[in-house]
Design a protein around this ligand. Structure first.
Ligand code: BEZ
Ligand code: MG
Length: 563
């Protein structure tokens, strides 16, 4: 019962975007309060800011005992709820009456001294000021006139409030700063959670893991994904005299307390372009681990590389290729296009396309020559054949795995490819490093969470519908992206499609709204549900299928102007 309650709380507390960003418009009302609450929920040691929930929790009596049930669990839930309520109220006071009043309230109600709450409240005041200074339209017009636009960092507002004010010329990061010390520290916890989860469910560590790395994500997090790859391999970054990450060194096995995990990395074209030095570093890390003189049962990289070169008679150099991307100048897997256009027959096609697009190796050979994207289909197949789990880090509040087609094209695509080469379905995991407490979930759990928190949440879809034509297109896109997880990983429960059909098609009022605002997307949505049923991903009953077919036919007529 309490676990159920905890899950409900997780869905309730999940931050979701309620509508699209309107260029030049500043968030107001509840949207602004929610944003500030999230900003206030992170400790920012680099600027001496402790989060509001931490400050409040520190002052609260946590050892409260309860009777019966599971006292510790219950006490913890109560505690979290209380912290959340006090945080909400404090942010509300801040918005209504300003910093001083919020500080006094925190002192009186939560026993947080004013001197303690000052840094986080000052940060909120600064965020508010900067939000007000929205110069997006003005900068856009100035850019069109060829004028100078002041630069600013590109990131998530919650993770890095200094992206404000918006409307500046977004710049990325120095690739040699990746991974940052903070990212490396945070990554250890996530990797431990990931491996503990796998160990718990499968009874052993994965002998190899396929990892997806994107460019923008690693910019936003200072390289958390890169750091996770390094932790899995069991190496730490080394910085040169200019503080640039240029090499790695092994972390001793005693410190690691577990085997080094083999990782097959698929990096996006954007990552390859932005992080050329990091791409080489990752390859170097694999070589370094493969060359360590350690027992095979504690060094899966070495074990796999030796086994591969023996079995296939290939060179050590060839057997240790682990960093793959597109051919130079090419981007993406195209798996998403195949799925959204319904132009595929067997699921194998999707995994094959992934490998065709992504089998280009990066790094250096043993003579130090750069590979520069040499086609290496056999090497990729060989590396994937030992993979038992696939994984990607999610780092954005705004973009989840069903918001865009890129998660299923990458993580779904690689999982499908593993299924073929390893002849077994991998376990698929995602971590979200965006909450204070990072979490690792299976793909199926993540699809369920996003379905509940967004797709079926009136707060989400009404927010979208306020955008009219575009909003309906967003709803349809989300359904197609959910379907993408059926096609690539069979990770969508039947109830998801049942509820989507119920909410958007079988509810006549809703269907009418969608059809009037955007009949093209409404038809595509109904068509996608029928496709899910037709391809065997959704055991829908005959009556439901009949009603979907009727709705589809009506929309066709409407679009042809016959209705
Ligand atoms: C990237 O940042 O690497 C990326 C962005 C969008 C889609 C795929 C990859
Ligand atoms: Mg795109």
């Amino acid at each position: 019962m309490l676990e159920l309650y905890e899950q409900v709380l997780e869905i309730e507390q999940r931050l979701i975007p309620t509508g699209l960003h309107v260029f030049g418009r500043v968030p107001e009302g509840r949207g602004r309060a929610d944003l500030l609450r999230m900003v206030a929920s992170f400790d920012r040691p680099e600027s001496g800011v402790r989060s509001l929930p931490t400050l409040i929790a520190d002052q609260m009596e946590t050892s409260a005992t309860t009777e019966g049930g599971s006292p510790e669990f219950e006490a913890r839930l109560r505690h979290e709820e209380k912290v959340d309520a006090l945080t909400r109220e404090a942010v509300g006071r801040f918005l209504e009456e300003g910093t001083d009043s919020a500080a006094r309230w925190l002192e009186a109600e939560a026993h947080v001294a004013a001197a303690e709450s000052r840094p986080v409240l000052d940060l909120l005041a600064q965020v508010c000021d900067h939000l007000q200074e929205n110069c997006e339209l003005d900068s856009f017009a100035r850019a069109l006139r060829g004028e100078y636009i002041e630069p600013g960092p590109g990131a998530d507002i919650v993770q890095n409030p200094s992206v404000l004010p918006t409307g500046r010329n977004t710049h990325a990061v120095n690739p040699y700063a990746v991974p940052s010390s903070l990212a490396f520290e945070r990554a250890e916890r996530v990797v431990n959670l990931l491996l503990a989860r796998h160990l718990d469910e499968q009874g052993r560590y994965p002998r190899a893991l396929a990892l997806v790395l994107w460019g923008l994500d690693n910019i936003k997090t200072g390289g958390e994904g890169v750091a996770q790859a390094l932790w899995l391999l069991g190496v730490r970054p080394l910085r040169d005299a200019m503080n640039r990450v240029t090499d790695v060194e092994p972390i001793p096995l005693e410190r690691l307390g577990r085997p080094r995990i083999d990782v097959v990395m698929t990096v996006s074209g954007i990552f390859r372009d932005l992080f050329a030095a990091t791409t080489l570093l990752l390859d170097r890390a694999v070589r370094c681990v493969a060359e360590l003189d350690e027992p095979a049962e504690l060094n899966f990289v070495r074990r796999n590389v030796l086994a591969q070169s023996e079995a296939d008679g290939c060179s050590f150099d060839e057997a240790r290729l682990r960093v793959f991307s597109n051919a130079p100048g090419s981007y993406g897997t195209n798996v998403n296009f195949l799925v959204s256009d319904s132009r595929w027959e067997g699921e194998d096609t999707l995994g094959d396309l992934f490998v065709t697009r992504k089998c280009f190796a990066y790094g250096r050979d043993s003579a130090g020559r750069a590979l520069e994207g040499r086609e290496a289909r056999a090497a990729m197949g060989r590396a994937l054949s030992r993979v038992e789990a696939t994984y990607q880090n999610i780092d954005s509040f705004e973009i989840g795995i069903t918001d865009v087609d890129h998660y299923f094209e990458y993580l779904g695509g690689v999982s499908k490819a593993v299924e073929k080469f390893a002849e077994a379905r991998p376990a698929i995991y995602l971590s979200d490093s965006l909450s204070r407490e990072s979490k690792v979930r299976t793909l199926t759990e993540t699809v369920r969470l996003e379905t509940r928190a967004k797709t079926l949440n009136p707060k989400w879809y009404e927010g979208m519908l306020r955008h009219g034509f575009r909003g309906v297109a967003e709803i349809e896109t989300r359904v197609t992206n959910t379907f993408g997880w059926s096609a690539t990983a069979d990770a969508v429960d039947g109830w998801v499609y049942d509820e989507v059909a119920q909410t958007y098609v079988l509810d006549e009022v809703m269907l009418r709204r969608l059809s009037e605002l955007n009949p093209h997307s409404a038809r595509a949505l109904v068509g996608r549900l029928l496709e899910a049923e037709g391809r065997g991903y959704w055991p829908a009953d005959g009556a439901t299928v009949g009603r979907l077919r009727d709705a589809y036919a009506d929309l066709e007529d409407r679009l042809e102007g016959v209705a």
